[in-house]
Design a protein around this ligand. Structure first.
Ligand code: HEM
Length: 319
């Protein structure tokens, strides 16, 4: 619809140097269907199915330790906040001291797991890449647009998340919220730990150098402010984890949930190699080749780059 005016704007910069032309190309790329820019998607229909390890033992153990620590933190934090110490009273120790001790040590441990152990296994050993990739932008854009009714959900997306590229040793797609979750959990747990240590530094009579160092926020913010930030982030993080669990236990994700227990998932094996049997057309050098395997869309990436408002309009407005 806005194709003609935009095209007119783009004409002087059709060599690709104009800022506007670049921006338009980026938007177009972001809105392109994943299967047009990643030929592995077309391989899904005929892909071999095989059990592949999705989460190594270290990954699984650190994930569940992280989960247990998180629930301990919620429980003891809630007890301290409300003054309700059910099950936390012990001998001569009042509930507060027990809750506080558990809260502090689980906080330290969860920070170590979240920043060191879990990323080591999840990202480096198991290669669940967490940096933003083009596929994330495309899938995220597609899901967001489908959510508000601007286009249909990607029919192959569920399978694409279970597609394993043997050459790359990586899964070809993640849910965009998963990567976001990974980062936000780390950021929030980091700030929770720092505000926690800030409060502790203000409360303790005998500090040590590492509490002074980790509690540096005490020098900037009042105890009340630290507490408010700590509480707010605790609520936000708890809600995020609730959604994380909700999506994990949906029946359509049981195979992935199971893989967080046993390790394996029944994967679609795809190949990024150019000699891949599944793609009938030879791939172009360096860039992904659109195989146009799906009826209705048979454009090439090159066409995508240079023309195509009309074509894209047809793709997305039919529903
Ligand atoms: C009963 C509770 C939980 C369940 C059932 C659960 C389930 C899962 C599953 C199945 C995955 C793997 C997703 C995939 O392979 O694509 C995962 C990943 C992950 N979990 Fe959990 N989890 C729980 C609690 C937690 C908690 C409490 C935290 C953090 C405080 C957490 C942090 C993460 C992170 C950072 C990832 C990696 C990002 C992702 O793939 O979503 N999980 N979880």
């Amino acid at each position: 619809m806005s194709g003609t005016t935009d095209d007119a704007n783009e004409t002087p910069a059709s060599d690709g140097t104009g800022v506007l032309a670049r921006a338009r190309r980026l938007v177009r790329l972001a809105r392109a269907d994943l299967k047009e820019t990643d030929d592995r998607v077309a391989q899904l229909e005929t892909a071999e199915r095989r059990s592949v390890e999705r989460h190594s033992l270290g990954n699984r153990i650190s994930h569940w330790v992280q989960a247990i620590l998180f629930f301990l933190l919620l429980w003891t934090g809630f007890a301290i906040w409300t003054g309700n110490y059910v099950l936390l009273e012990s001998g001569i120790w009042g509930g507060y001291y027990v809750a506080f001790g558990i809260h502090m040590w689980t906080g330290i441990l969860i920070a170590a797991i979240t920043f060191v152990v879990f990323p080591y296994y999840y990202v480096f050993v198991d290669k669940h890449h967490q940096l933003l990739e083009l596929a994330d932008i495309q899938v995220g854009t597609a899901i967001a647009e489908a959510f508000v009714g601007l286009r249909k959900y990607l029919p192959y997306y569920h399978d694409a998340r279970r597609a394993y590229d043997e050459e790359e040793g990586d899964w070809i797609a993640h849910h965009p919220m998963q990567k976001t979750f990974f980062w936000w959990i780390a950021i929030f747990i980091g700030i929770l730990a720092l505000t926690g240590f800030g409060m502790y530094r203000e409360m303790t009579t005998e500090s040590t150098w590492w509490i002074d160092a980790l509690g540096f926020m005490a020098g900037w913010l009042a105890l009340e402010t630290l507490k408010q930030i700590h509480l707010l982030l605790a609520f936000i993080t708890a809600v995020m984890v609730m959604f994380h669990i909700y999506f994990a236990v949906l029946p359509s994700n049981w195979d992935v949930l199971r893989s967080m227990v046993f390790g394996d998932v029944n994967a679609f094996i795809v190949h990024s190699g150019r000699e891949e049997a599944g793609s009938e057309e030879p791939s172009s050098e360096g860039g992904p080749t659109p195989t146009a395997a799906d009826g209705g869309q048979s454009r090439s990436t090159e066409e995508d780059e240079t023309s195509d408002d009309a074509a894209r309009g047809g793709e997305r407005t039919d529903e």
